[in-house]
Design a protein around this ligand. Structure first.
Ligand code: 6R9
Length: 662
């Protein structure tokens, strides 16, 4: 189709291999225990019932996995679609569920995180639930002393540390709304997000470790907040001891703020719908969208899926490698495992420091039982060869997870063999910042097909629609949709009602109001197994991170020598997609390798290293629609040597000829 949206695609690849989970796991896992108790004979029957009776199902999950100060009187209210409300009248707090209730239950001595610094000469350290409870209480009092109140926004620009989770928890405790920005973002990326949510306080660190070396972070944080009038204080965690620029009266050391405070602090009683956090994710127009999540629903979705999909129990040692700055870190490093009182491993640095054996060594040292990572990491480690995993004992691992992009069959088989001892099933979990928790995934008793995310989870009625809103038959592709709401769903875009409606709800509003459009394409094979095919909009997936094409283009166009730019994703064995830029230079500017390099550096400094184009090509023109929209679909087809399809919407069809084969 001319606008680049999905048409109907057939299943091209037929995967016939099926991996059965170990019998003992299938029979004893938490999900199947529940099914047996309810009298279901098959997994299919269970999944179908939970979809049909989704309100009853979520009601039970909310009562099983969350503790409420006051019970809700209604499970869900859809009277103001697309603003769905969950657990009406219920009072709750995420901090109470993630930490406080474990202390009350006498489980304070349990380890929440085994923290492993990147530098091998620094001590590893366990943080108990009790220690986290006390530090968070003090930090919450510290935030109050700075004037932070319920509903205020707090930006967190911190590396992968237990203190980052504690900063999140302190906000939750007093009802402030946290907004994490991945510490790999540039100062501009950070600053834009701080300004958008009008943060009152910012958390950052003096620096972080990368490949064994301390790197500064505070100067970037300063640069980011320099135009943010809303920011009253910057709280700085001392991690590296690097010297930092200091603004008297504004900047506060994390440890000094905590040390002065009492460890008594009352947890704010929140309405279920009050906001827990805002997390920015890339949208089609390039401006990041602030996805809002609520306390009530978030206490349910991550905990339920940690219990059912990852089968987590108190004797597990769980490790999710995601950075807390992304949604996977929010749900599966912080809130989900904490709500269940689980012991996690948290590793500060990169997988190749001091060598490619680091992750396997951590698995060996801590006897990790459940491991969750992204396909990009699996492919990167696969490329390094089997001798690395073979040096270490990985026999503790009993279950694996994958997230962020399709796990291609080659990587799937390798991951299963070298991380999973050829027996651990892989939970390939499809979900989004917007969904808050897993949506489509196997369960531990599901027979799995490589490359497939299996089926929608209990509680979801996720299906595939064609452009008109008809469900497509097995074997055909279309748009992933959720016709019914779920508790940990997004509630809104921060201050942008129009885009919220446009991006998720307008597509099928006329035929089926309240149907959520996920923005991905998928197909199901003849057995009903789901295969995710990628985004329908113009968002790239680089190493599992979403980067809007438009964001990279606007960064390039901001360079003094660039007139116009178009960015596409080229399939990449390791990263999923590599960023390729086509650039029209301003009149009189000459093309050169140095200029191509300068443009890459420019993207790096304005957006951060994740967004650096792998290739920059200079062209004389770019194909556009009559309304001036650059036709990325056509550019991509031409560059990759595929048929360019329908070009009737082009204002300048001759421009296609300028696009080189890459
Ligand atoms: C959790 C997360 C969401 C987008 C999503 C889709 C892609 C996520 C996937 C997957 C294939 C999987 N995605 N999991 N694609 N298989 N198992 O990644 O959130 O950063 O918001 O990205 O990631 O395209 O729409 P987020």
């Amino acid at each position: 189709m001319a606008d680049g949206k999905t048409g109907t695609t057939k299943v091209l690849m037929e995967e016939t291999r099926i991996f059965e989970p170990p019998k003992a796991l299938a029979e004893n896992c938490n999900a199947w225990q529940w099914a047996k108790k309810k009298g279901f004979k098959t997994e299919k029957e269970m999944r179908a019932w939970c979809g049909e009776h989704y309100l009853e199902f979520w009601d039970e999950m909310a009562k099983t996995y969350a503790d409420w100060y006051e019970p809700y009187t209604q499970v869900m209210d859809d009277s103001e679609k697309p603003y769905f409300k969950w657990f009406i009248g219920g009072k709750i707090n995420m901090f109470y569920n993630a930490v406080e209730r474990h202390i009350k239950a006498g489980k304070g001595k349990r380890v929440a995180y085994h923290f492993i610094p990147e530098a091998t000469d620094q001590p590893e350290r366990a943080y108990t639930y009790q220690e986290i409870y006390e530090t968070v209480n003090k930090l919450a009092n510290g935030l109050k002393s700075l004037g932070v109140k319920k509903g205020d926004r707090i930006s967190i620009y911190m590396p992968m540390l237990p203190e980052t989770v504690m900063a999140m928890l302190a906000c939750a405790k007093i009802g402030a709304i946290h907004s994490l920005v991945f510490s790999g973002f540039s100062s501009k990326g950070f600053g834009d997000r701080v300004q958008d949510c009008e943060a009152k306080v910012v958390f950052t660190a003096d620096g972080f470790y990368r490949r064994g070396k301390p790197m500064p972070l505070k100067p970037q944080a300063d640069e980011g907040v320099k135009d943010a009038a809303s920011v009253k204080n910057v709280i700085v965690l001392k991690r590296t001891g690097l010297e930092v620029p200091w603004t008297e009266g504004r900047d506060v050391w994390f440890h000094e703020l905590v040390d002065k405070q009492s460890a008594d602090c009352a947890t704010e009683v929140m309405d279920a719908e009050e906001r827990l956090f805002i997390l920015y994710t890339s949208g089609t127009t390039g401006k990041p969208k602030g996805i809002e999540h609520a306390h009530g629903g978030y206490c349910v979705g991550p905990a339920y899926t940690c219990k059912w999909v990852f089968d987590l129990n108190e004797d597990d040692i769980y490790w999710c490698t995601a950075d807390v700055g992304w949604i996977t870190g929010h749900s599966y490093v912080a809130y989900g495992p904490l709500c269940l009182g689980i012991t996690s491993v948290m590793y500060e640095g990169s997988p190749d420091y001091p060598d490619f054996g680091r992750w396997y060594k951590i698995i060996q040292d801590y006897k990790v039982t459940v491991f969750y990572t992204a396909p990009t990491a699996v492919r990167m480690l696969m490329k390094q060869g089997n001798e690395w995993p073979e040096k270490f004992d990985r026999s503790s691992v009993r279950l694996l997870g994958s997230v962020g992009e399709p796990l291609n069959p080659e990587a799937y088989i390798w991951y299963r063999k070298y991380f999973g001892n050829e027996i651990s099933p892989i939970m390939d979990t499809w979900w989004q910042t917007e969904s808050g928790c897993h949506v489509i995934s196997p369960l531990p008793m599901t027979p799995c097909k490589p490359g497939s995310v299996a089926y929608p989870l209990p509680g979801f009625n996720t299906t595939i629609y064609d452009e008109e809103g008809n469900e497509v038959p097995l074997g055909e592709g279309g748009n992933i949709v959720n016709p019914t709401p779920w508790p940990s769903m997004l509630r809104a875009f921060y201050k942008d009602e129009v885009r919220y409606k446009k991006e998720y709800w307008d597509m099928y509003w006329k035929v089926k109001p309240g149907t959520y459009l996920a923005g991905d394409k998928a197909t199901r094979d003849k057995d009903g197994y789901w295969f995710v095919q990628g985004r329908i909009d113009d968002v790239l997936s680089v190493a599992g991170h979403r980067i809007a094409n438009a964001e990279v283009e606007s960064s390039l166009v901001a360079h003094k020598d660039v007139a116009e730019a178009a960015v596409i994703g080229k399939p990449d064995e390791i990263k999923g997609e590599a960023i390729i830029a086509f650039v029209i230079l301003k009149e009189g500017v000459k093309t050169s390798d140095d200029l191509a390099k300068a443009l890459k550096t420019h993207v790096r400094t304005t957006m951060g290293p994740l967004a650096i184009p792998a290739g920059v090509y200079f062209v004389d023109d770019l194909p556009k629609t009559r309304s001036g929209k650059i036709m990325r679909r056509v550019i991509k087809a031409k560059a990759l040597g595929n048929p360019t399809g329908d070009t009737s919407a082009l204002a300048n069809p001759e421009a296609v000829d300028y696009i080189p084969l890459i």
